[in-house]
Design a protein around this ligand. Structure first.
Ligand SMILES: O=C(O)CCC(=O)C1=CC=C[C@@H](O)[C@@H]1C(=O)O
Ligand SMILES: [Mg+2]
Length: 325
């Protein structure tokens, strides 16, 4: 694959396109794909979702370039506590994956077009039953509710879950998030209001969230996330963008470098992929993941190589983003 000049100049000497089917449909996708870039520090991942245009995807490229070419920040911890991530599934299946990898925290997807409030509540009840009373359960509504819908749904789901750790992005608008915080006793986390906003700190200034979800690629890299976290002054939950274990490693580097990490991180998503690029994929044990750089094997790069048509789309996308750097 052609390596754009600005990347070559930064020391990128290899680019590889990959594609791996997901175990379950998540975020309306059934297949995860992207590029790995190799540079002086090792391999890094560039894998913006296809609904991100070139301008928005350029932050993802900055993140990958930083990770491939500059040393990661000094870690303050060697392992990171992670949550199980539970897609919109029937209660029996949701309960089965709630404790995968020994997780003591679960994040349950709700408000999907394919589910309703009653089935979301049943999923939460099943997850609480499976995990026990001391586990933490959070939900993620991906910004789909109106304020009124959230005001109705959140107390119902809070009861079904036997208490929510927090609700992630119940509504899209900052005013609605702020009003929910005032109206309810359930902490609110901002995700889309951070990762897709022109100003990721506006949500903190608007007092519209109790905590911030940070994803390394959409926010432009580990260093930028650390700066944003310091400026925001709110607790941070590091979460993945459904990367392979190569990209998850950058999320773990951020989680390891944050001065404080009071909540489990959403980085245990390698189990949502049917395969991985690293011989030892980042699958949690004892509810944690180890911090450190993960390298792919040649065998797995070959096994999961994108076909020619997909590789050509990625080559084009890389060129477009590189020209915007
Ligand atoms: O936070 C987690 O437990 C895992 C990551 C996760 O849920 C997500 C990753 C990428 C895209 C998203 O739709 C989703 C999220 O909204 O947080
Ligand atoms: Mg989210």
């Amino acid at each position: 694959m052609h390596i754009p000049t600005p990347l070559r100049e930064r020391g990128i000497d290899r680019v590889h396109a990959w594609s791996i089917p997901m175990t379950t449909r998540f975020r309306r996708i059934t297949e995860r794909d992207g590029l790995l870039l190799h540079g002086p520090e090792g391999w890094a991942e560039f894998s913006p979702f296809w609904d991100y245009d070139a301008a928005e995807s350029t932050a993802w490229l900055r993140a990958a370039l930083e990770d491939a070419t500059t040393p990661r920040p000094a870690p303050r911890r060697e392992e990171v506590e992670v949550n199980a991530t539970i897609p919109v599934l029937p209660p029996v299946l949701a309960a089965r994956i709630a404790t995968v990898g020994g997780a003591r925290t679960a994040k349950v997807k709700v408000a999907d077009p394919g589910s309703d409030l009653a089935s979301d509540a049943q999923r939460l009840e099943a997850v609480r039953d499976a995990m026990g009373s001391d586990a933490r359960i959070r939900i993620d509504a991906n910004a789909v509710w109106t304020f009124e819908e959230a005001l109705e749904a959140l107390p119902v789901l809070d009861r079904a879950a036997g208490g929510l750790e927090y609700a992630e992005q119940p509504c899209a608008a900052l005013e609605d998030l702020a009003a929910l915080r005032r109206a309810l006793d359930i902490p609110i986390a901002a995700d889309e209001s951070v990762r897709r906003a022109e100003d990721p700190l506006r949500v903190a200034r608007a007092e519209a969230a109790d905590l911030l979800v940070m994803k390394v690629q959409p926010l432009g890299g580990v260093t930028r996330c650390l700066e944003l976290a310091e400026e925001a002054g709110l607790p941070v939950v590091v979460s993945s963008a459904l990367e392979s274990s190569i990209g998850l490693g950058a999320g773990l580097a951020l989680a390891a470098a944050l001065p404080e990490l009071p909540h489990a991180c959403g980085l245990a998503t390698a189990t949502l992929l049917t395969g991985d690029l690293a011989p030892q994929p980042l699958h949690a044990t004892g509810g944690t993941l180890p911090v450190g750089r993960t390298a792919p094997s040649e065998e797995l790069l070959a096994r999961h190589a994108a076909d020619d048509a997909l590789a050509a789309r990625w080559e084009e996308r890389l060129a477009a983003c590189a020209s915007l750097l």
